[in-house]
Design a protein around this ligand. Structure first.
Ligand SMILES: Cc1cc2nc3c(=O)[nH]c(=O)nc-3n(C[C@H](O)[C@H](O)[C@H](O)COP(=O)(O)O)c2cc1C
Length: 330
């Protein structure tokens, strides 16, 4: 199976990139590769698989991110994931949270390149779906370029052809996950060097990318860009990134059009009893970020969504609120 296009991807983000978020992201960026939140092997092997893994056909191409460190469990989780139709299976070697460390997976696996290679080999043997790895550039004092180079070489030798690299190291002691996304400095040069050393690999860069200009600049050096927090804090930037990275003559959909199409989706999902209104509307909160009326939009969505009789039709009412806010004063 050929690997999905990595030119633009939206990062895996726990508590955010669920199927509803990904539906919205797809409306904003028809060509972006979307990632699930990290799902642990334990959850897949012992939990409610349909709840964890089902997704909307519109979300393709979509990658399932797995958290784990046991090759056989990862192989089984990959097989189950592939049976749900994911386009890629990704292994998390970048998350530094305590919970993940206790399970001895995530970023701490960067200290065990051979184990990661064994995991990749087992997953590849189990599925035809492409298997990729998302990592940091190092952890703790193991942050030299030769160590990172050796990590990638070892994992690539097991057949991993695509690496998504969050261009900063992680401190496993003393920093919270949020601090580990901002305090260690970004080292884009390390990721560029990696691409020069492994031109045959697909290398996607991640960390701190907020504008189409920055994304285009990175694409002179690497094959793809992955965007995380910007997609949450200012969702419409995702549409701008799509336009810059996949130019075509058609006009960009407006924020209103995106919200209306998402509202139709939300009504379908809500009426089939699959989700609470708040779980659907929360992904829209940042759609009008920086626009007149953005605060009223957020207020209308949050206040109305928590009412017991709330329905996704409130999205249309909130759109009217913002339309009124942008009318010139009479
Ligand atoms: C709320 C949140 C949850 C995250 N969850 C995951 C995760 O499940 N798996 C993962 O590999 N990275 C996770 N990350 C890290 C992002 O994928 C990304 O690597 C990081 O935010 C840096 O990219 P950015 O600067 O574009 O946000 C998370 C980040 C945030 C903000």
């Amino acid at each position: 199976m050929s690997a999905p296009n990595h030119r633009l991807s939206i990062a895996p983000m726990m508590d955010y990139t669920d199927r509803h978020c990904r539906y919205l992201l797809r409306l904003l960026a028809p060509h972006a590769l979307l990632y699930t939140e990290m799902v642990t092997t334990g959850a897949i092997l012992h939990g409610d698989r349909r709840h964890l893994l089902e997704f909307n056909p519109e979300e393709h191409p979509v990658a399932l991110q797995l958290g784990g460190s046991d090759p056989q469990e990862l192989a089984e989780a990959a097989r189950i994931g592939a049976s749900f139709g994911y386009d890629e299976i990704n292994l998390n070697v970048g998350c530094p949270s305590d919970r993940v460390k206790q399970g001895r997976f995530g970023a701490c696996l960067m200290a065990e390149p051979q184990r990661v290679a064994d995991c990749v080999a087992a997953m590849r043997a189990a599925v035809a779906t492409p298997v990729t790895v998302k990592s940091r550039i190092g952890i703790d004092d193991m942050d030299s370029y030769p160590a990172f180079h050796n990590f990638v070489k070892t994992v690539a030798s097991a057949g991993c052809e695509t690496f998504i690299v969050h261009a900063r190291k992680a401190w496993l002691q003393g920093l919270s996950p949020a601090e580990n996304r901002s305090i260690p400095p970004l080292r884009y040069d390390v990721v560029y060097q990696l691409k020069r050393d492994f031109p045959e690999l697909v290398i996607s860069i991640n960390g701190g990318i907020t504008t189409p200009e920055q994304a285009l600049e990175h694409l002179h050096h690497v094959d793809g860009v992955m965007v995380g927090r910007m997609a949450i804090h200012d969702a419409y930037t995702v549409a701008r990134l799509e336009k810059a990275l996949f130019p075509d003559p058609s006009p960009m959909p407006s924020r209103y059009e995106i919200a209306e199409r998402y509202a139709e989706y939300a009504q379908r999902v809500h009426s089939s009893g699959q989700a609470r209104v708040i779980s659907l509307t929360r992904h829209l909160l940042s759609l009008f970020q920086g626009q007149p009326g953005a605060r009223r939009w957020r207020q209308a969505l949050s206040t109305e969504s928590s009412r017991p009789d709330a329905s996704p039709a409130l999205i249309f009412d909130a759109l009217n609120t913002i339309r009124r806010a942008t009318l010139p004063a009479a």
